[in-house]
Design a protein around this ligand. Structure first.
Ligand SMILES: [Zn+2]
Length: 298
C-alpha cells in the first residue's frame, strides 16, 4: 500500500515536471518566439568586413633574408605580418633597430623561444645541437625560457599580448608536453602542420593552430592555397623561413606574387598579424553556441 502511494506521488511529481516543461516550452514558443531558436539562429563564424578568409603571413627564426626580401614587399603593399624571433639568433642583436622598426610599423614580433630547442631524436635532426635538444630539456626549463622570451620581446616592442610558434612543432620536453606550462602567457599557439588551411573555425583550438611551412613553392601554388581557404571560409597560416635565400626558402618572386595577390584582393582576404586574427577568432568562438572548451585558456 505504501509502495502504491509512493508510486502515485512519484507519478504525480513526474506529471507536474512534465507539465511544467511543456508549459515553459509553449511559453517560450508562443510568448518569446525568438528564445527557443536563439542557438540555431545565431549567425555563424564570420571575418571582419565580409572577408571570406583570414591569411597569416609568418616568418620564423629571425632570418636576415626576411628583413631584406619580405619586409620591404609587405610594407610596400601595406600588409602586416608576424615575425617569430628566435632570440638567441645573432640577427636579433645585429638588427635590433630593424626588428623594432618593423613592430612600430604594425608587424607582430612573436615568440619562437630563446634557443629553438627541437627533438634531436627525430629523423633528420642531426643539426640539433646537443645543448639545444628538447629531448633533454625539462618542461620547467622550457617554461622559464619561453616566459623570459616574452619579457625580452616586450623590451623590444613594448607590447603585452603575444603568440607563440613551437620550434619544429615539437612539444615534448624531456618526454612531457610543455605547452600547458606556457599557454596562459599567449593568445594563441601554432604547433604542427596540416597544409596550413584550417578546416573549421568554430572548433579550432587556439592553442593548437596548424601551419604550412612552404619550401620551394611557386607564387601560383601559394595563391592556390589562399584560394582554398577562401573556398572553405576559414584561414590559412603560412610559416615562411628563408625568402630568396637562407633555408626552407621560397623565392623572393614567389613571395612577392602572393603578397601582391592578397593586397589586390582585400575584400576576399583579411591578411594581418596572427595575433589580430586569433583575437578575432577567440571573440567569435566565445559568441558562438558551439565554442570549443579550450585546453587551459587564460
Ligand atoms: Zn623555427
Amino acid at each position: 500500500m505504501e509502495r502504491v502511494a509512493n508510486a502515485g506521488r512519484a507519478c504525480g511529481m513526474a506529471y507536474r515536471v512534465l507539465a511544467a516543461a511543456l508549459l515553459s516550452g509553449l511559453l517560450l514558443a508562443g510568448l518569446c518566439p525568438g528564445a527557443a531558436s536563439a542557438a540555431e539562429s545565431a549567425p555563424g563564424f564570420s571575418w571582419p568586413a565580409g572577408a571570406r578568409a583570414a591569411v597569416s603571413l609568418a616568418y620564423d627564426d629571425a632570418l636576415d633574408s626576411q628583413l631584406d626580401h619580405a619586409l620591404p614587399v609587405l610594407d610596400r603593399h601595406g600588409i602586416r605580418a608576424s615575425f617569430y624571433l628566435q632570440l638567441s639568433n645573432a640577427s636579433v642583436a645585429r638588427h635590433m633597430a630593424a626588428w623594432r622598426d618593423a613592430a612600430r610599423r604594425g608587424h607582430e614580433l612573436g615568440n619562437h623561444s630563446l634557443f629553438h630547442q627541437c627533438a634531436r631524436s627525430k629523423p633528420d635532426r642531426g643539426w640539433v645541437e646537443a645543448h639545444r635538444d628538447l629531448d633533454t630539456t625539462s618542461v620547467e626549463q622550457m617554461r622559464d625560457q619561453v616566459l623570459l622570451a616574452n619579457s625580452m620581446l616586450a623590451a623590444i616592442d613594448g607590447r603585452e599580448e603575444r603568440t607563440y610558434t613551437a620550434p619544429c612543432g615539437d612539444t615534448l620536453a624531456g618526454g612531457r608536453d610543455y605547452l600547458p606550462a606556457v599557454r596562459a602567457a599567449f593568445v594563441a599557439i601554432k604547433v604542427g602542420s596540416n597544409g596550413g588551411v584550417v578546416e573549421a573555425m568554430d572548433t579550432l583550438d587556439p592553442y593548437a593552430v596548424p601551419v604550412l611551412a612552404p619550401n620551394g613553392m611557386s607564387g601560383a601554388e601559394l595563391i592556390a592555397i589562399a584560394r582554398e581557404a577562401a573556398r572553405r571560409g576559414t584561414m590559412v597560416n603560412f610559416t615562411f623561413h628563408g625568402i630568396g635565400s637562407d633555408y626552407l626558402a621560397v623565392s623572393a618572386q614567389a613571395h612577392a606574387e602572393l603578397v601582391r595577390f592578397l593586397a589586390e584582393n582585400r575584400s576576399l582576404f583579411w591578411t594581418t598579424t596572427f595575433l589580430d586574427i586569433m583575437r578575432h577568432v577567440r571573440r567569435e568562438q566565445a559568441r558562438l553556441p558551439l565554442a570549443p572548451t579550450s585546453s587551459g585558456a587564460p
